[in-house]
Write a protein that binds this ligand. Structure first.
Ligand SMILES: [Zn+2]
Length: 429
């Protein structure tokens, strides 16, 4: 293959048995490190009766206690860190519904790790040094802007750090500087597309789109690729707790699952609300252990993201790192209406299959005196009727949400990550 696009060929194609040995060695190291350097983590291990010497092989990971978002909040701001604050050079954070944010600190080594993981993603998408990359997530506490930036620096891209907003200027810069690679949150790609359509304009130099941080269904991916007239659209993955966008991985040109960088993270899939692994290939909660981070490695972090292993075999692209299914949703995103379980991603996928439907939609869960109902609002061309939307959703989801069709531009837009699900309480007080 001529264009494997490896950034770190040896690490990305390490034979599986060597990869497992490396993971086991790094697991032993990180557990000893965390035990010695984080009093909070040491106490958690002690409470479980676990000492670093008990961790000999990969299978021993099951002995370790879990972490979740609540631990980050409980020990806000830097209680989980393994280093003194003088060694921290950057931080990012995400806010949750509870108000106390999740904070991730970085040492210089962590920024290097982040940059290399994200550079692998750029490279896997077909980027080469000197390419023009436009980075549209905000440069701030959200990790998106800086994650794409650190990766682009590693690879040597020509960075246009536009950050979020001012879509008209984004388009002008992309045209003037011949942007080849566009990065952003999924819904921002759709904002750019919308304005291009209004202007009757295009981005002729664009070849690669790398998007993430939101629900990203296959049909949405196709819609974005068609609108930009490109064939390379990728789903990048990472989160604040693992060190940000790109730390975890991305789909490769084979688009047969998302590769997770297993030399940096151990991947477990656990049964919902249980502490035992699912059978290989079954859906469950993704649990991650960071092997190479310095300021705040997570140990058995319950991500809340639902996925399944697609394959642990070597991929057609030559990479040996595990492939998981695109994230179906979050454990707490699962919606139950009239006894049917579904995820926002399934709604998105079904909607985007309807010709004439635009990539702007809302899922509204209404509570009428304890009885839940769901209403789907979507923007579409005049050719699309509410009946068509309802009929298609019934076929796809197995129940009938009410569907209201809006003209393009009528639904509200948000800066940053899009809110797709809304709750409305119609109960009598
Ligand atoms: Zn691959």
């Amino acid at each position: 293959m001529a264009d494997e696009g490896y950034f770190q060929p040896r690490e990305e194609t390490l034979p599986v048995d060597e990869l497992r040995q490396l993971q086991a060695q790094r697991l032993r190291e990180v557990i000893s490190y965390v035990y010695a350097n984080s009093p909070v983590q040491k106490r958690r291990f002690d409470e479980t009766g676990i000492a670093p010497g008990d961790i000999k092989g990969l299978e021993d990971i099951a002995k370790l206690p879990f972490m979740d978002k609540d631990d980050f909040r409980k020990y806000y701001p830097l209680g989980l860190a393994c280093v003194e604050s003088q060694r921290i050079i950057e931080m990012h954070m995400s806010s949750g519904s509870t108000g106390i944010p999740v904070v991730m600190p970085y040492t210089p080594a962590d920024i290097k790790q982040w940059g290399e993981c994200t550079a692998r993603c750029y490279s896997m998408a077909g980027a080469v040094a000197g390419d023009v990359a436009q980075i549209t997530p905000s440069f701030g506490l959200f990790n998106g802007g800086f994650g794409f930036y650190h990766g682009a620096r590693e690879l040597g891209l020509f960075i246009i750090p536009t950050g979020a907003g001012n879509t008209a200027r984004q388009i002008r810069l992309a045209q003037d500087f011949k942007t080849r690679i566009l990065t952003g949150v999924v819904s921002y790609a759709t904002r750019i597309i919308e304005l291009l359509e209004e202007e009757g304009s295009s981005l002729p130099s664009l070849e690669i789109g790398i998007f993430g941080a939101e629900t990203f269904s296959e049909s949405m991916k196709k819609k974005i690729a068609a609108a930009f007239n490109i064939d390379k659209v990728f789903d990048i993955y990472g989160m604040t707790e693992t060190g940000g966008v790109g730390t975890l991985g991305m789909d490769c040109p084979a688009h047969d699952g998302i590769h997770l960088w297993e030399d940096h993270y151990i991947v477990e899939i656990l049964a919902l609300n249980e502490n035992k692994p699912v059978a290989e290939g079954e859906m469950g909660e993704l649990v991650l252990t960071s092997l190479t981070r310095e300021a705040l490695p997570v140990i058995r972090f319950r991500t809340g993201d639902l996925t399944r292993i697609i394959s642990r075999d070597k991929c057609g692209c030559g990479r040996t790192h595990v492939r998981i299914a695109p994230i179906t949703g979050r454990v707490d995103d699962m919606l139950i209406v009239k006894g049917v379980n579904f995820f926002p991603r399934q709604v998105e996928h079904a909607l985007m299959e309807i010709p004439g439907v635009k990539p702007h939609y809302q899922i509204i869960i209404e509570d009428n005196d304890g009885i839940k109902d769901v209403r789907i609002n979507v923007e579409a061309d005049e050719s699309v009727t509410g009946y068509m939307v309802e009929k298609h959703l019934k076929e796809a989801l197995g129940f009938s949400p009410k569907g209201d069709v809006f003209k393009p531009g009528e639904l509200p837009r948000q800066a940053g990550k899009a809110q797709r699900v809304f709750y409305k309480n119609n109960n009598e007080a």
